[in-house]
Design a protein around this ligand. Structure first.
Ligand code: UDP
Ligand code: MG
Length: 315
């Protein structure tokens, strides 16, 4: 008996692309089942993340008309990462391996064969890594590069140029289920799982239709989320900055005392104002960083559910 593959796709207002995505994946499944590389029980799992358009209706239609399509509906919009997690946690009950993919066909469907091949070679996690960013806008390219650099500098172990296109085995998913954090940054957590991993390169396409659901504001908060939920380096940087400033202040203090002993007059209104502003700003910034972590702890201790499933269409 071949292993069962589930492809989990979070969908937020994706009415324009769903038919095409499912069409291509159906062709892929037909071929793979015929070639005996995956089992007939393999499924496409579409997760509706509180869409405001016809996404859920379309998923219902596809569920009745297509033998592979299953659906999960979240009770409201919870964001890409939570929607993905909801799908992964549902799929792992039925699948031997699960691939996560975006709805917009940016992730090359043909890479699925290579993912499965690596899985059969013993990899528990297979990362899809895009081989170029030719099709990205200059802005997206630079901001993404800055993001990866910053993440690595801050000690977050991410796979370069890997988004959320990956395969995970049932075993890896069962381990992922033990990560109970509410502040979810899958790209940072999954490398922590370990096991044997592999990388598959693929060409990333342009979005098939519709608009990106990640505007700049969401991208920035995603980056902050990634850093603060996987690393405490920013806090250490504050400590280091504090040490440096204390040292410099000490030297300045000696200079001031010597000046006082030598009878130098009090001048320096400018110096005082500059220093007050500078340190005032730096202190607020540091408090902000600490606050970010305090906020995270606040969210974690409450242990609220990361998603609520309102409907499931399984077969
Ligand atoms: N998505 C989601 N919930 C959200 C935002 C996005 O489920 O709140 C899904 C979206 O439908 C898509 C995937 O996450 O399948 C990635 O989003 P998108 O393609 O818009 O991001 P980009 O590729 O532009 O970074
Ligand atoms: Mg996309």
């Amino acid at each position: 008996m071949n292993d069962t593959l589930y492809i989990v796709i979070p969908c937020y207002n994706e009415e324009e692309v769903l038919h095409e995505t499912v069409k291509r994946l159906t062709a892929k499944f037909d071929k793979m089942i015929e070639e005996n590389s995956i089992s007939e029980n393999s499924r496409i799992m579409l997760v509706n993340d509180g869409s405001k358009d016809r996404t859920w209706e379309i998923i219902n239609e596809l569920y009745t008309s297509n033998k592979y399509v299953t659906g999960v509906c979240l009770s409201r919009n919870k964001g890409h990462q939570n929607a993905l997690l909801a799908g992964l946690m549902t799929a792992k009950e039925y699948a031997d391996m699960v691939i996560s993919m975006d709805a917009d066909l940016q992730d090359d469907v043909d890479a699925v064969d290579k993912f499965v091949e690596e899985y059969k070679n013993g990899a528990e996690i297979v990362y899809g890594v895009r081989n170029s960013r030719k099709k990205d806008t200059f802005f997206k390219k630079t901001t993404a590069l800055m993001f990866y650099r910053l993440m690595n500098k801050l000690g977050v172990d991410t796979v370069y140029n890997h988004a959320d296109y990956r395969l995970m085995s049932k075993r890896a998913l069962n381990e992922l289920a033990n990560f109970k954090e509410v502040n979810l940054f899958l790209r940072g957590i999954i490398p922590m799982i370990g096991f044997k991993t592999a990388i598959v390169e693929y060409e990333r396409n342009e979005r098939f239709a519709g608009e990106s659901k990640y505007p700049l504001s969401k991208m920035i908060s995603f980056a902050v989320e990634g850093i603060t939920s996987c690393s405490v380096k920013p806090l250490r940087m504050i400590t280091s900055a504090g040490l440096i400033v204390s040292f410099l202040s000490f030297i300045y203090l000696i200079y001031v005392i010597i000046g006082f002993c030598m009878g130098r007059n009090i001048q320096g209104w400018t110096t005082t104002v500059v220093l007050i502003c500078l340190f005032g700003g730096a202190q607020i910034l540091c408090l902000g960083i600490i606050g970010e972590y305090v906020g995270k702890i606040y969210n974690e201790v409450k242990q609220r559910p990361r998603f609520i499933i309102s409907e499931e269409l399984l077969k």
